[in-house]
Design a protein around this ligand. Structure first.
Ligand code: DGT
Ligand code: CA
Ligand code: CA
Ligand code: ZN
Length: 608
């Protein structure tokens, strides 16, 4: 079993139970529908909160007794009763009744970026629209301008978001596909007949979005049929697209409680002696494979999923492991994240000839190289953890340093801190730092908003008191490129900025975000010593792989942060690392990999 490390806390994956995931989703849907129906605000908030709390809970609600359930912060008596009913019967009649009051097409509208429940309620009740097709039509006729608050600009925005969501919606975020792949692997690896199993395809290459999940199994030919039977019978499978002896494809259910519902999963079974060449073939990319096949031919060999053979005699040269195949081609093993035909084959040849570390392939960063988390939120703004809980969790992950960076005052909806609250918050962070000083270094920081014109959301006199300043854009995220470039460059002139947080503000599949002149930003960052962030949250991955590659080429230091808001978030680090690896990033490029003393020295140097 290879594959990617599954969690950062010593391999311990923070995994939600299926019941938790299902309930969290049901409560969120109930909150949405209640809001569309114009229900009492507190009722809506109660369901939203319950959804979030259960979604973040590491304990399985199915195994908790009534008393323990009621003791969970954010779950009142009413919610505990609902949870118990669901655990007992597997359904929630109240949810079904509620859903029946609103057409499912109306609920779908809630998935369109920028369409909140209030707007959807208007579109449904006032304009009589009941699904996305009707909405698309109505957006073109001008009839919506009669609705209160529906100016030309708003209508144009909805139209753009709808088109963007439709296009992007075909691929899943990696954070949705990865847990699904592991779920299947966990089920299948237990079968005696399965000798090896891995995920391949774009998921193994660590791409930010995944078209379908590709699984590869090594087994004897006679066992393949039974493995396929077991595969198509697994719980999340709703449709069998194709079922053969060596290849099957299924679709997983949209409403399945397991993350990644609605995705296609392909499974192939190959004999053990072809496992390496098959893993290479199905990992791709197609372009990388073409490059390798050409190389094989030029060396008098033939490469396909079954193995590497001599051209004239068909004698098998390699195939069982990837390492053997690469070696027979005169190449060092290429990490999957680099297999995009961006020069990696030439580098692998150099490494093969010169040996490790002298020339050729970069020594890519790994999850375990990360020693500090520099962008986090607590209950002071919109996080779920207290300062102490967060710092303790970070210490348990093996980090030597954590920075507390709550939102600044402009983020009103995220309960951003006013100047006065920040002063008090800094003092609170210092107290926790003192208390935990033998466990972890706790730094006082802020994720300060970069305002529309490039000013920061706190005065310098306050920023000066902080150890870490992450400057990020959260508003005006459709600004023109020239304008936002100027905005960022201005922000970077501030002497207290340490890190530029999620610089484009994109949300994958939801919001395109800003397109500043990255070259200009990287030059400024390199000159000032400011680190550019790869935000590891799978909705963001911002910087993206291609940006990060350009950044290190320009001599810019990177920061890889999870932007943790709660317990499930620290595990997102893996996606930031995959993105960094795709960019050829090594631990020397990343400030979070420094020693405690090195990091402290760097931070101090940034305070002038
Ligand atoms: P995706 O699923 O769109 O995110 O991207 P991939 O790369 O996972 O693509 P997929 O699932 O169509 O195929 C998995 C791998 O199998 C792909 O990376 C390379 C290999 N493969 C598939 N079809 C072909 C083909 O026609 N020619 C070659 N050379 N390789 C192929
Ligand atoms: Ca795929
Ligand atoms: Ca596929
Ligand atoms: Zn943040």
């Amino acid at each position: 079993m290879v594959g990617f490390p599954r969690g950062i806390c010593g391999g311990k994956l923070i995994r939600m139970s299926q019941v938790n995931t299902k309930l969290s989703r049901i409560f969120q849907q109930m909150a949405d529908v209640l809001e569309v129906l114009g229900a009492n605000r507190f009722k809506v908030i109660a369901f939203q909160k319950a959804s979030r709390v259960i979604g973040e809970l590491t304990e399985d609600v199915a195994g908790m007794d009534g008393k323990a359930l009621r003791a969970v912060e954010g779950i009142g008596k009413g919610m505990a009763d609902r949870i118990e009913a669901f655990v007992e019967t597997g359904e929630l009649a109240e949810a079904a009744e509620l859903m029946a009051k609103v057409p499912s097409g109306v609920v779908d509208m809630l998935d369109v970026p920028g369409l909140g429940p209030k707007t959807v309620s208007l579109l449904w009740r006032e304009a009589g629209l009941s699904d996305l097709d009707e909405l698309t039509k109505a957006l073109g006729t001008g009839e919506l301008e009669a609705l209160p608050g529906f100016g030309k600009k708003k209508i144009e925005n909805i139209r753009k978001n709808l088109a963007f969501a439709k296009e992007a919606g075909k691929r899943a975020r990696i954070g949705k596909a990865m847990p699904l792949a592991w779920w299947f692997i966990d089920q299948l690896k237990g079968l005696k007949k399965v000798k090896r199993i891995d995920f391949a395809g774009s998921l193994r290459r660590g791409k930010e979005t995944i078209g379908d999940v590709d699984l590869l199994v090594a087994a004897d030919g006679g066992d393949a049929g039974a493995i396929m039977e077991a595969f198509v019978a697994l719980e999340p499978v709703t449709d069998v697209i194709a079922q053969g002896k060596t290849k099957s494809s299924v679709r997983t259910g949209e409403s399945s409680g397991i993350s990644g519902g609605g995705m296609q999963v392909d499974l192939r079974v190959v004999p053990a002696e072809s496992y390496g060449s098959a893993l290479m073939y199905f990992t791709g990319s197609k372009e990388h494979n073409v490059r390798l096949r050409e190389r094989a031919i030029s060396m008098g060999m033939k490469l396909n999923e079954w193995g590497l053979t001599k051209q004239d005699t068909d004698e098998v040269i390699a195939g069982g492991t990837e390492e053997d195949v690469f070696k027979a081609l005169g190449l060092a093993w290429v990490p999957p994240e680099l297999r995009e035909d961006r020069g990696e084959v030439a580098l692998a040849e150099q490494t093969y000839i010169a040996g490790d570390g002298i020339a050729g392939l970069p020594d890519l960063i790994e999850v375990s190289d990360i020693r500090a988390e520099l962008h986090t939120h607590t209950t002071a703004s919109d996080g779920m953890w207290t300062i102490e809980q967060l710092a303790t969790a970070a210490a348990e992950c093996g980090f030597h340093t954590v920075a507390i960076t709550d939102h600044s005052k402009g983020q009103v909806q995220a309960n951003g801190l006013s100047d006065e609250r920040l002063e008090k918050h800094i003092a609170a962070v210092r107290r926790v730092a003192e208390k935990l000083k033998n466990k972890i270094v706790v730094l006082a920081g802020s994720e300060v908003d970069i305002l529309t014109d490039g000013r920061l959301d706190y005065p310098d006199s306050l920023l000066k008191e902080l150890d870490v300043v992450v400057a990020s854009p959260h508003a005006a995220l459709s600004q023109e490129p020239a304008k936002c470039t100027a905005r960022f460059l201005k922000a970077m002139e501030n002497p207290y900025v340490t890190i530029m947080g999620h610089p484009t503000g994109r949300l994958i599949g939801r919001r395109e975000g800003l397109s500043p002149d990255m070259g200009a930003l990287f030059r400024a960052a390199a000159a000032r010593g400011i680190a550019m962030e790869i935000n590891a949250n799978h909705w963001r991955l911002d910087l993206r792989d291609t940006h990060a590659r350009a950044a290190i080429a320009a001599g810019v230091k990177l920061a890889i942060n999870t932007d943790a808001h709660g317990p499930a978030d620290l595990d997102q680090l893996q996606y930031g690392i995959l993105t960094a690896r795709r960019a050829g990033v090594t631990k020397n490029d990343v400030v979070n990999c420094m020693t405690q003393a090195g990091l402290a020295k760097w931070l101090k140097s940034m305070r002038g």
